[in-house]
Design a protein around this ligand. Structure first.
Ligand code: ZN
Length: 282
């Protein structure tokens, strides 16, 4: 087998696994035995391991000594921490940003074009990956490769949730936010870029979180919350499910942001995000 054919096969296996996860045929937490997969696909375990490593880089599977490979199960707490860390890093980077070079701007515009074409297509895995990878790309363009590795890891932690939860229209909004952030940077308006980024991270975090099944007491907590408070919070048409505590639908309204910028938006008491890994560009 040539190297090219070999790569293609591991990519195809990775794609098949991703599709099964998206189709809910493989649930978060499902164990993925190397030997079983090798038998199923009729390929070597080495090839299966390569496919799984591709998926690990995209934040879709994980490996542990005890469990072997499994589909990741992101918890809300982990996602919240990932978002807090992202806010510190990304806003800090923007605050200290030097003007972007022409080459960096071209790279960002090119990345956004890739996001738009993924959104127009039907590859949700690629879309989720690219929307998360924008942040890694921006970090690289701002000239910090050390932090971009950290950011890649942080965004990868929420790829799976984005894949499973982010709607097409939310993906479009997200990409549009990226366009505005880059435009602000292009104008040299760092304050505006920082404000837009803070808003953007908050929106992504809240849209993904309110669908994450991570609070075992959530339904009971909601049912037992003080009635007057629950009424005040709830829009007239909302049902009594886990989405109620998310005034984030006010999202596109401009949210006043303190100059310091790192405080959590009020609507974001919870978490989970959008995506990553470097694989698709290969
Ligand atoms: Zn984004």
């Amino acid at each position: 087998m040539t190297t090219d054919a070999h790569n293609k096969t591991s990519l195809q296996i990775a794609t098949r696994i991703t599709e099964s996860i998206l189709a809910k045929q493989l649930a978060p937490g499902t164990r993925l035995g190397e030997q079983q997969l090798a038998d199923l696909f009729g390929v070597s375990r080495t090839l299966i391991r390569e496919a799984l490593m591709r998926l690990a880089a995209r934040g879709i599977v994980q490996v542990s000594a005890r469990r072997g490979w499994f589909v990741i199960e992101p918890t809300a707490a982990e996602a919240r921490e990932a978002f807090e860390a992202r806010r510190v890093i990304e806003l800090g980077l923007l605050r200290h940003a030097r003007p972007l070079t022409k080459a960096a701007l071209a790279k960002l515009h090119d990345h956004i074009a890739q996001e738009q074409s993924a959104i127009a297509g039907d590859d949700v895995g690629a879309r989720s990956y690219l929307l998360g990878d924008f942040h890694v790309c921006l970090c690289e363009c701002l000239g910090n490769s050390l932090l971009s590795d950290t950011l890649r890891d942080l965004t990868a932690r929420t790829t799976l949730t984005a894949m499973l939860r982010q709607s097409s229209s939310q993906a479009v909004d997200s990409c549009e936010d990226h366009v505005h952030i880059v435009a602000a940077l292009e104008r040299g308006d760092i304050d505006e870029a920082e404000r837009l980024m803070l808003d953007h991270l908050g929106i992504v975090e809240s849209t993904l979180y309110d669908l994450a099944p991570s609070d075992p007491l959530g339904a009971l907590r909601t049912a037992l919350s003080p009635v007057s408070a629950a009424k005040a919070r709830r829009p007239a048409t909302a049902t009594a499910d886990k989405t109620i505590a998310t005034p984030a639908k006010t999202k596109r309204a401009t949210r006043p942001v303190a100059a310091g910028g790192l405080s959590r938006p009020a609507s974001l008491s919870h978490a989970v995000s959008h995506s990553t890994g470097k694989e698709l560009k290969k």
